[in-house]
Design a protein around this ligand. Structure first.
Ligand code: F7E
Length: 353
């Protein structure tokens, strides 16, 4: 039986529902006929358009993760059910901004997660799964003392898995790690059926252009140079629809109390990621090949010059059958098309730093 048939008429609750990954998750849940409750910031306006048009399939709750009353109010309709699935994707998710707005990052990502968990306990909700969206950033960079604790693939690359030690190197990463641990604490203490996911970099339509993929594409659409920070760091880039399928597999088929790490399973330097994007866009005649230029200054505090991180997603695959399905060039082509067709989302508004 298709795993997703279990979603029909199922109560689902998504925080960060109008954000990048959240809105793609909402699309998928609506498509599968789930009863979707979207929790979005009271001030959300532009982003809300990401989930408009779903009609009665979607109930929108406005609030703020930092305000426990608003969280509790939004969760209350779930009290009538015993098979709800919760997806906690709401966060201050930008690494650079976590240095500019550290208190807001901790409040939203740590206190916000706590508010959600404690509200489930206070309302005595009988839920089927709580998926906490953590991040590969929690692993940070293997430093010298830690290197021996990591596993390697045949090419001497660090292969990250659920067993790898954590080493967060930014306010964002630390806040997400704290949220992860709180989630596990509530599993152990109250028996909540929580699962924590550590997802690697997602890219795709609707992503804010301040992340690397949008930074490359919007510059290429606008001018003949693409200026970036650290070109040598490597990331495991996963198309957002695969990322969303991963969350669904975890919530529907994962084991409560456990952790799941996943991504595309290949990493790429930001220089080669930019080259591939520019190549795909030139082939589709969006631009003539722009020049790639590395900025002199370090991009942001905490970033390392050598990041060779790669994900092994064996556990998720073995337990739930998930594997990525969208090859890079296809995902990139769909992403470029979206930015090209939605200049209102970025034109004149991106600070390419
Ligand atoms: C999994 C994880 O994934 C994301 O975190 P991130 O990897 O920091 O994402 P990013 O797209 O900002 O950077 C990717 C890499 O690219 C380098 N880089 C160079 N030059 C520019 C540049 O000009 N802009 C940006 N943004 N990055 C640059 C930058 O130094 C880094 O090495 C978030 O979704 C986060 O929420 C999350 O959880």
């Amino acid at each position: 039986m298709d795993l997703y048939t279990q979603l029909a008429e199922r109560p689902t609750f998504v925080t960060g529902a109008d954000g990048f990954v959240g809105s793609h998750l909402v699309d998928r849940l609506v498509e599968m006929d789930a009863d979707v409750h979207a929790f979005v910031r009271a001030t959300s306006s532009g982003e809300l358009k990401n989930i408009r048009g779903h009609g009665e399939a979607l109930t929108i709750h406005r609030g703020d993760l930092r305000d426990k009353h608003s969280v509790e109010r939004a969760l209350r309709p779930l009290a009538e059910h015993s098979d709800s699935l919760l997806f906690h994707l709401g966060a201050q998710a930008h690494v650079g901004e976590s240095w500019d707005r550290p208190y807001e990052t901790i409040d939203t990502n740590v206190v916000g997660t706590l508010n959600l968990l404690q509200s489930i306990v206070d309302l005595d909700l009988d839920i089927a799964a709580f998926d906490m969206a953590g991040t590969s950033e929690e692993y940070g960079n293997p430093n010298e003392e830690m290197v021996e604790k990591y596993e390697y693939d045949g090419n001497d690359r660090v292969l990250l898995s659920e067993r790898s030690p954590v080493n967060p190197t930014s306010v964002y990463a630390t806040s997400k790690l704290a949220g992860d641990f709180l989630t596990m604490n509530y599993h152990d203490a109250y028996g909540l059926p929580t699962l924590t996911t550590r997802m690697f970099n997602n890219y795709g339509p609707r992503q804010n252009p301040r992340y690397i993929t949008g930074t490359i594409i919007t510059q290429a659409l606008e001018r003949d140079i693409v200026e970036l920070g650290n070109l040598e760091s490597k990331r495991d880039m996963c198309f957002v629809e695969d990322g969303v399928r991963g969350h669904l597999h975890v919530a529907l088929a994962g084991n409560p109390g456990e952790q799941y790490v996943y991504g595309y399973g290949e990493n790429v330097s930001m220089r080669d990621w930019a080259r591939t994007i520019l190549d795909v866009g030139a082939e589709a005649e969006y631009w003539e090949l722009p020049e790639i230029v590395q900025r002199e200054e370090r991009f942001r505090p905490g970033d390392s010059d050598v990041e060779e991180l790669l994900v092994g997603y064996e556990k998720l695959h073995e337990e739930t059958g998930w594997k990525p399905s969208v090859p890079w060039r296809e995902g990139i082509a769909r992403t470029i098309e979206w930015y090209a067709n939605h200049p209102e989302k970025w034109y004149g508004r991106v600070d390419w730093r």
